[in-house]
Write a protein that binds this ligand. Structure first.
Ligand code: SF4
Length: 348
């Protein structure tokens, strides 16, 4: 074999594009996410034949069709369960899960919770557009209170959930948030998520121009005002020239303050400092900060490197084999309490 033939082929973004027509509405935020994921996989240098995208049901769940990798458009809310089975059976594969706020947090809330709790090595991307898009605009678990939709003509009365708080509560070991059109931040997060061996949860703030247009405009269109980019070891500052910051009061409540050394200003030394491996309580506080009272934190909120489920399960099987030898299924099936039912219907 020649040297040229042995050299691994460097794939580009186009190599991750499938030949399927992309069928999202014009202007949907999903296009930007798809393009950035394809770029990220090319930059990371993954193998297409080792990459699988599993989705549930919803607009976001059409994602696997558009990736030139393996994929599975599965059943409503069950993508984390199917992906968990795949990962434990084929741990060498990179398994990504694509879901939305309805699919992942309502119908599939239970499955999402347990995949995160087990610390399965899955990269879960939740597109949060605060609405059910595919079924024509019903309010979802993340819709703001008062959302007028087909199913709530005079406004919803449900309190919405903040997806990242659910992920942290369930025990996800890599939690991040980013807006759909912020390709630079998303690329960085996806590369780091890929390196993380454990349950990854990335909330992507996604615009649905048809049923919930502009809900994230304040986060996206004014990067100096309504989003707070997190940086390890740096104080929580935001706004033009970082003039505002986040400080805790004596009762552990966060407050927005103006930063400076003059009268009525708060010195930078009194602000919260970002630590990805800080306490879960700190991460939960970050995940709970929401507009309009607070800026929306963007970046890696929390990281906790610890062994993943499949690593521990594989080790457990290897240890058992080392101690007891290879198993014998037939022997196992005929061991313990075994009986036959005779023609007379009696156990023998
Ligand atoms: Fe995108 Fe909304 Fe159209 Fe679904 S309904 S494809 S989320 S714009």
């Amino acid at each position: 074999m020649s040297d040229a033939a042995k050299k691994p082929i460097k794939l580009g973004k186009k190599d991750f594009e499938s030949d399927q027509d992309v069928r999202w509405c014009p202007g949907c935020g999903d296009y930007a996410i798809l393009a950035t994921v394809q770029r990220a996989l090319a930059q990371i240098g993954v193998k297409r034949e080792s990459t699988v995208f599993v989705s549930g049901i919803g607009c976001s769940s059409r994602f696997p069709y558009y990736m030139n990798t393996y994929g599975f458009h599965s059943i409503h809310g069950r993508a984390p369960a199917i992906a968990s089975g795949l990962k434990i059976a084929r741990p060498e594969l990179d398994v990504w899960v694509i879901t939305g706020d309805g699919d992942g947090l309502s119908i599939g809330g239970n499955h999402l919770l347990h995949a995160l709790r087990r610390n399965m090595d899955l990269k879960i991307l939740l597109f949060n557009n605060q609405i059910y898009g595919l079924t024509k605009g019903q309010y979802s678990p993340t819709s703001a209170i008062g959302t007028r939709a087909a199913s709530t003509p005079v406004g919803s009365v449900d309190y919405p959930v903040a997806p990242a708080t659910i992920a942290l509560g369930a025990g996800a070991t890599f939690v991040a948030r980013v807006a759909d059109t912020d390709a630079k931040t998303m690329l960085g997060i996806l590369e780091r998520a890929y390196q993380h061996k454990g349950s990854v949860f990335i909330e992507i703030l996604q615009n649905c121009p048809v049923f919930n247009d502009g809900i994230w405009d304040t986060v996206k269109d004014d990067p100096t005002g309504h989003q707070m980019h997190l940086a390890e070891g740096k104080p929580l500052r935001f706004g033009e020239n970082g003039k505002h910051g986040i400080k805790l009061d004596a009762e552990m409540r966060p407050h927005v303050v103006e930063v400076g050394d003059g009268p009525g200003l708060t010195p930078e030394s009194e602000l919260l400092v970002h630590k990805e491996q800080g306490s879960t309580a700190y991460a939960f506080l970050l995940a709970s900060l929401m507009q309009p009272d607070f800026p929306v934190p963007v970046g890696v909120l929390h990281r906790d490197p610890k062994p993943s489920y499949e690593q521990m399960a594989i080790q457990q099987v290897a240890d058992a084999k080392a101690k007891q030898g290879e198993g014998d299924l037939e022997k196992l099936l005929y061991s313990g309490m075994v009986w036959e039912v005779g023609a007379d219907g009696v156990k023998h």
